[in-house]
Design a protein around this ligand. Structure first.
Ligand code: NDP
Length: 255
């Protein structure tokens, strides 16, 4: 991919959590095409190993469970040993425990908060610690991108825990941006709309799901590629003066 220079990721190493499917796998390919080396992190190691092989020598797969601090630390260490200091982190891993609040189990609730909130927090923290230790203050090239969701802005029936963790992610992003503003690290949050991936299972093929799509202003699911420009912007030199931003890239679904 030939990119205008400020958007190039040549010479940079990115770590992407949840790279085994959906948005994470897409971001990994995108960043590799933009010239980055990419550390692919997830629990399903067979999938990330296959993706790494497909991308080529610029990719390396590492096992990571974001609900475990030890697993996060080990994965960063393995990623850096293979591809060099990580200066771009995409905290993308996420899960959902759909169901009315009266029926959601404690285990489901904890899984969602441990993955979507604590997991993203610990991922960002490990990335920032390593960037600071590597001297990112001098280059100003540290980038942390949190994947939120437009559910942070909406209310609905049946995904309250997920939506609340995504609202927390937006505020976490602003707070981490403030803490690290003089450390050469920018922290920004993207809030996508509904995109067809594994997270919703076959919901959007059901009558209820089809009715939901028909109610979107553009009567369609958001194309995954619609996130590319903002993902490149936040990772690259182009966003040098942008930190603490929370931006909806949602095909107008939240309007
Ligand atoms: P997928 O279900 O396709 O991907 C979720 C990813 O998260 C998988 O790669 C999974 O990897 C990873 N993951 C889940 N739990 C853990 C864990 N404990 N440790 C490490 N990785 C984990 O869904 P999407 O690609 O759609 O979701 C990616 C992100 O985008 C999520 O944060 C989601 O909330 C967000 N999002 C998605 C939208 C959509 O409509 N698709 C809209 C807005 C936001 P593995 O199981 O291999 O560990």
């Amino acid at each position: 991919m030939t990119l205008p220079l400020p958007f190039s990721l040549a010479g940079r190493t990115a770590l992407i959590t949840g790279a085994s499917s959906g948005l994470g796998a897409h971001f990994a390919r995108l960043y590799a095409q933009a010239g980055a080396k990419v550390v692919l992190a997830a629990r399903r190691t067979d999938r990330i190993a296959a993706l790494a092989q497909d991308i080529g020598p610029a990719a390396h797969a590492v096992a990571m469970d974001v609900t475990s601090e030890d697993s996060i630390t080990s994965a960063f260490a393995a990623g850096e040993a293979a591809l060099g200091p990580i200066a771009i982190v995409v905290a993308n891993a996420g899960t959902s425990a759909p169901g009315r609040a009266t029926h959601v189990s404690e285990a489901g609730l904890r899984m969602v908060t441990d993955t979507n909130f604590t997991g993203a927090y610990l991922t960002a923290r490990e990335g920032a610690r390593r960037m600071m230790a590597a001297g990112v203050k001098e280059t100003g090239q540290g980038r942390i991108i949190l994947i939120g969701s437009i559910t942070a802005l909406l209310t609905g029936e049946g995904d309250s825990a997920y939506a609340a963790t995504k609202a927390a992610i937006a505020h976490l992003g602003r707070n981490l941006a403030r803490e690290w503003v003089r450390q050469g690290i920018n922290v920004n949050t993207i809030q996508p709309g509904y995109i067809q991936t594994e997270i919703a299972g076959d919901f959007f093929e059901t009558d209820l799901g089809k009715a939901k799509i028909a109610a979107f202003h553009r009567r369609r699911m958001q194309p995954i590629e619609s996130l590319d420009a903002m993902m490149l912007y936040f990772a690259s030199e182009a966003s040098a003066c942008v930190t603490g931003a929370v931006i909806n890239v949602d095909d107008g679904q939240s309007l």
